[in-house]
Design a binder for this molecule. Structure first.
Ligand code: FAD
Length: 476
């Protein structure tokens, strides 16, 4: 019997799980996919927003600013890359310059510090590739970038190292409550029991609430398509560049990523059924906007495109509260942007306030919050590399040529918490397959390592879970 069952292995479920392990609680995480971080948390812009966007008084405004303040130390503790690159909201007319002033005032009302309005000349100083049409910008110095899947995986891994249990391939299909105890069943008939449920299932959170007996949660889907440029173009911009927002939202951005790529997007399309396909039309729109924002964007360095789907609530704010219909069901739903930024602050609030309402929170003195940094071998000095290879020769073998990822790093991803069980899971942890050839060279080697480490046949190794097997048998 668990004290707390968290449903949904995204950044919200992951950071909450980790926060729970700071206390003497028996906790688990249920995730329907073969790996964690398979929803919005793996396909977003990775921006740690400063907090000038959200309407003052909303949960978005409160948790954005708190999360922004917490993120540098939080990421450092978990060994995840965070870069305080600052953001620029760019104006293309005098009218937009006035909007920037209003945005700055809104930010100040939300508690954002270190903002300034830049003239055209000052903007050019900061970004050499900015369009000649740009007339000024709002500079938010506290804006940053973080690796979203790195953060989610590290939070869940650290929670597991501190005693939390993870169930993957556990799609919740039924929830029953008998007295004070919830029985949660998966599509494969497994069952876990617990006293409290935290619904962090993103796009699936309406269904989870309904299964538990609360039919009030309505979640919409809005797709965002992206283009990713190779690290070769990594210095095209150094800040995150936003258009001045309209009533339709923040629009397309141009930003470096924490891993040194350039990210362009996202679009914003309402969807009846969530779908992560990219479209020629969506990507053309991204390109049109990027050309308006910047001079000669190096689109020839495009290595991939992808899409994420925002799960928003009909309240158009985060819903973070105990269900009014089902006692013991905590809702963390409708967590669209700035959910990544807000995650550490949401997790702290949920555990200290909402879980703390149900249990006497006793400190887990054995909690160890640090996680070894996701060091990439290629960034080490020759001396450091030699030292590691002497201890473990697998670090002397390069598996992914584009990103220079070693066998040692891949083995670490397969072995440490949460274990990478498929090829994309290895990719998210190590960047093997994220370079120019997008896995064309390294995939077979990664598949062999997964098979060897798990004692399974190559035919059983999948790209991203059930039904995505790569090898069907011997052809010659
Ligand atoms: C295009 C886009 C851009 C964004 N950009 C930013 C940004 O730059 N900065 C920022 O702060 N925020 C951004 N966000 C928002 C941020 O990504 C989300 O707020 C955050 O990832 C939400 O995390 P989550 O854990 O709630 O949901 P998710 O990451 O979607 O996780 C939900 C999990 O629940 C699982 N699940 C669903 N149903 C079930 C079930 N029945 N049983 C078991 N498991 C289930 C899913 O498989 C999934 O893993 C963006 C979002 C999108 C889509």
């Amino acid at each position: 019997m668990f004290d707390v069952i968290v449903i949904g292995g995204g950044v919200i479920g992951g950071t909450i799980l980790r926060e729970l392990t700071k206390y003497k609680l028996n906790v688990c995480l249920l995730e329907k996919e073969n790996d964690v971080c398979m929803g919005q948390s793996k396909a977003n812009s990775g921006i740690v927003h400063a907090g000038f966007d959200a309407v003052p008084g909303t949960l978005k405004a409160k948790f954005n600013v708190l999360g922004n303040r917490m993120m540098p130390a939080y990421a450092e503790e978990l060994g995840v890359k965070f870069v305080n690159n600052g953001s620029l909201v760019v104006a293309f007319s005098d009218k937009e310059m006035q909007t920037l002033q209003a945005l700055k005032e809104r930010g100040e009302a939300n508690g954002v510090t270190d903002m300034e309005i830049l003239s055209q000349a000052e903007l050019r100083e900061l970004e050499k590739n900015i369009s000649d049409e740009a007339v000024g910008a709002l500079h938010a110095k506290t804006g940053g970038i973080v690796c979203p899947y790195g953060l989610t995986i590290a939070a869940i891994g650290n929670a597991m190292d501190n005693g939390a249990k993870l169930y993957t391939d556990f799609e919740v299909v039924s929830i029953e409550k008998n007295g004070e105890v919830f029985s949660v069943r998966s599509a494969y008939g497994e069952e876990v029991k617990g006293k409290l449920i935290i619904d962090c299932a993103g796009q699936g959170s309406g269904k989870i609430a309904e299964l538990a007996g609360d039919d009030t949660v309505k979640i919409g889907a809005r797709k965002g398509e992206y283009i990713l440029l190779d690290r070769e173009s990594g210095d095209f911009v150094s800040h995150t560049l936003f258009f001045t927002p309209t009533e339709k939202g923040k629009g397309i951005l141009v930003t470096p990523t924490a891993d040194g790529n350039i990210l362009l997007g996202p679009t914003s399309e309402e969807q009846a059924t969530p779908c992560t396909d990219t479209t020629a039309q969506g990507l053309a729109f991204v390109i049109e906007k990027v050309r308006k924002m910047s001079k000669n964007p190096p689109l020839y360095n495009t290595i991939t495109s992808f899409a994420g789907v925002r799960a928003y609530s009909d309240r158009h704010d985060f819903i973070i509260e105990e269900s009014k219909k089902v006692e013991g069901l905590i809702l963390c739903v409708g967590i669209e942007s700035p959910g990544l930024t807000s995650a550490p602050a949401i997790a702290k609030f949920v555990v200290e306030e909402l879980v703390g309402n149900k249990f006497v929170l006793e400190k887990n003195e054995a909690f160890h919050g640090r996680r070894e940094a996701e060091y990439f071998f290629k960034h080490l000095s020759i001396e450091e590399k030699n030292k590691i290879i002497q201890k473990d020769p697998s670090y002397g073998k390069i598996v992914c040529r584009c990103e220079q990822i070693t066998e040692g790093e891949i083995l670490r991803a397969i072995r440490e918490n949460p274990p990478a069980k498929n090829i994309d899971a290895v990719k998210r942890r190590t960047r093997s397959g994220m370079g120019r050839c997008q896995g064309g060279f390294c995939q077979p080697f990664v598949a062999e390592l997964i098979a060897r480490e798990n004692g399974i046949a190559l035919e059983e190794v999948t790209k991203n879970g059930k039904g995505s097997n790569l090898v069907t048998g011997v052809s010659k």
